[in-house]
Design a protein around this ligand. Structure first.
Ligand code: ADP
Ligand code: MG
Length: 251
């Protein structure tokens, strides 16, 4: 049965989408069957694996509102073994549309429970907020991975995120685990990055992945070609790092 992992941090620009795209793609490249679920209205995970998001007839939005079936929403990506439940700007209305809907925290869980058996890993790219969509992701997930950008304000918001995860564990999903923190955009040329890593290690008592994602311009370029990093530049430092992260997660 597939392991469902939410990539979450309510801060924007910390590498959630980059991690979602490239972790799911590297897992698929290692022969796993993977589903990438994009629940950010920006739809960058969707376009990042080669799907033209503007033309989609059915997205996660229609799925949330029960206006399409799962198979109508499932889309192939440029990567073998990687399917997507895509999203686009339509999803930005979901918060309002779901007001008053019964059991609205469980919608994604109910969807994924039906297809969990078909995949080894299901990776959910969360939006940069602790809204009903993120709550749906954490309610559906087995675990959460938290990307943290190696910059000065790295710890800001982390206690709020952990508080939210604890609330979800208490009320909606007793089995939810925190898999760990992944450091992103690590710059080995500055002391700041290593200071941030040390600071988080001594203040936060959750698992930290050995693999650190370096700041690498190829990772920032790849989405504009609709390609994950292993297809855009398989020899880049970013590709090597995400492949190592995928291996660490499989272990
Ligand atoms: P989030 O989903 O948390 O908002 P993104 O993954 O979209 O963050 O990353 C924010 C920006 O930083 C994007 O432009 C992305 O291409 C870039 N980026 C992310 N990770 C790296 C990295 N390791 N090296 C260089 N640029 C990166
Ligand atoms: Mg994002």
């Amino acid at each position: 049965m597939g392991r469902i992992i939410a990539i979450a941090n309510q801060k924007g620009g910390v590498g959630k989408t980059t991690t979602s795209i490239n972790l799911s793609s590297c897992l698929a490249d290692l022969g796993k069957k993977v589903l990438l679920v994009d629940i950010d209205p920006q739809g960058n995970a969707t376009s990042g694996v080669g799907i033209i998001k503007q033309n989609l007839e059915n997205t996660v939005y229609e799925l949330f509102l029960d206006e399409c079936t799962i198979s109508e929403c499932l889309t192939k990506s440029v990567v073998d073994n990687l399917n997507v439940l895509p999203s686009n700007v339509n999803l930005s209305g979901a918060e309002i549309d779901l007001i008053g809907v019964e059991n609205r925290e469980y919608i994604l869980k109910n969807v994924l429970d039906q297809i969990k058996d078909l995949y080894d890993y299901i990776i959910i790219d969360c939006p940069p907020s602790l809204n009903i969509l993120t709550v749906n992701a954490m309610t559906a997930a087995d675990s959460v991975i938290v990307p943290i950008q190696c910059e000065y304000y790295a710890l800001e918001g982390l206690s709020q995120l952990i508080h939210t995860i604890n609330l979800i564990q208490d009320r909606l999903n007793n089995d939810l685990e925190i898999d760990g923190i992944v450091f992103t955009m690590y710059d080995s040329r500055t002391n700041l990055s290593s200071d941030v890593v040390e600071n988080v290690k001594s203040n936060v008592h959750i698992n930290i992945y050995d693999t650190v994602i370096p700041r690498n311009v190829r990772l920032a370029e790849a989405p504009s070609f609709g390609l994950p990093i292993h297809m855009y530049d398989g020899k880049s430092a970013g590709a090597v790092a995400y492949k190592n992260l995928a291996k660490e997660i499989i272990k």
